[in-house]
Design a protein around this ligand. Structure first.
Ligand SMILES: [Zn+2]
Length: 225
C-alpha cells in the first residue's frame, strides 16, 4: 500500500473525467503520476475514473434530461478551471460525484459473478429523473445491485431544522434510504441500498432527526418500474 499523497492526482483524474483538463492541468497530472513511478494506487485510481467516464458516457446517451444536467456540470467544471480556486465548492462537488460513481462501479465489480464482465454491469446503469418540486433531482443506479447516487441541482433549501429524506417504496411501505441536504442547491448523496427492488422513490421534507417513517407528503417522486 502506497503512503504517497494521491489527493491532487485524484482531483485531476476526476476533472479529466468530468470536463477535461486545461493543458497545464493535464501536464500537472502527468508530472505528478510520473513522479510516483510504477505506482499501484495511481493505476487503481486511473482505472476507476476510466470506468466512471464510460458510465457517464452511457448515461448521457440513455436519458435526454441527463444530457442537459451533465452539460451544466461540465460547463461548471470548465468555468471553474481545474487549476484555479475560484469555485472550490463546485469542484469539490464534482470530485464527490466522480468518487461516488467509482464506489458504485467498485460495488458492482465486487458483487458481480466473475464470469460477467464489469463493462456489462456498468452499461446496465439506469438514470431516473424525479418529478415534483423545483430544480432537477436524478437517481443513478444499477438494477439488482446495491448502491445508488442521488444527484440534484437548483434544489430549494429544506428550511431551518429540516432535511430531505429519501424513501424506497415497495407497495405502500416506505423504507428510508437516508437524509441529505443540498449545499447552494446542489446535492450529491450516495446510498448503498439496492433501490431497484422498489416500485417508487420519494423525497420528503423531514426534521433533521431523520425519522424512520415519513411525516410529510413527498415533494419529489420517481417511478422505477
Ligand atoms: Zn501514485
Amino acid at each position: 500500500m502506497s503512503t504517497r499523497d494521491h489527493g491532487l492526482i485524484e482531483e485531476l483524474l476526476a476533472g479529466r473525467v468530468l470536463g477535461g483538463l486545461e493543458p497545464e492541468d493535464d501536464a500537472a497530472l502527468l508530472a505528478a503520476m510520473a513522479a510516483h513511478g510504477d505506482c499501484e494506487e495511481c493505476r487503481r485510481l486511473e482505472a476507476g475514473f476510466e470506468e466512471t467516464a464510460g458510465l457517464l458516457g452511457f448515461a448521457l446517451d440513455a436519458v435526454p434530461v441527463r444530457e442537459e444536467l451533465a452539460d451544466r456540470v461540465l460547463e461548471g467544471a470548465r468555468v471553474a478551471g481545474w487549476a484555479g480556486r475560484r469555485r472550490p465548492q463546485r469542484r469539490a462537488a464534482l470530485v464527490a460525484i466522480a468518487a461516488a460513481l467509482v464506489v458504485v462501479i467498485a460495488g458492482v465489480a465486487t458483487l458481480r459473478p466473475r464470469t460477467q464482465p464489469i463493462v456489462g454491469a456498468t452499461s446496465a446503469q439506469q438514470v431516473r429523473r424525479f418529478q415534483g418540486g423545483a430544480g432537477a433531482l436524478t437517481l443513478l443506479y444499477a438494477p439488482g445491485q446495491p448502491g445508488a447516487l442521488v444527484w440534484g441541482e437548483d434544489l430549494p433549501a429544506p428550511g431551518a431544522g429540516k432535511t430531505y429524506e429519501i424513501w424506497m417504496i415497495t407497495g405502500s411501505t416506505p423504507v428510508s434510504a437516508g437524509c441529505a441536504s443540498p449545499t447552494n442547491g446542489e446535492l450529491s448523496a450516495f446510498t448503498d441500498a439496492d433501490v431497484s427492488r422498489s416500485d417508487l422513490m420519494a423525497v420528503t421534507l423531514e426534521p433533521r432527526s431523520c425519522p424512520p417513517a415519513p411525516t410529510t407528503q413527498p415533494v419529489y417522486t420517481a417511478t422505477l418500474a
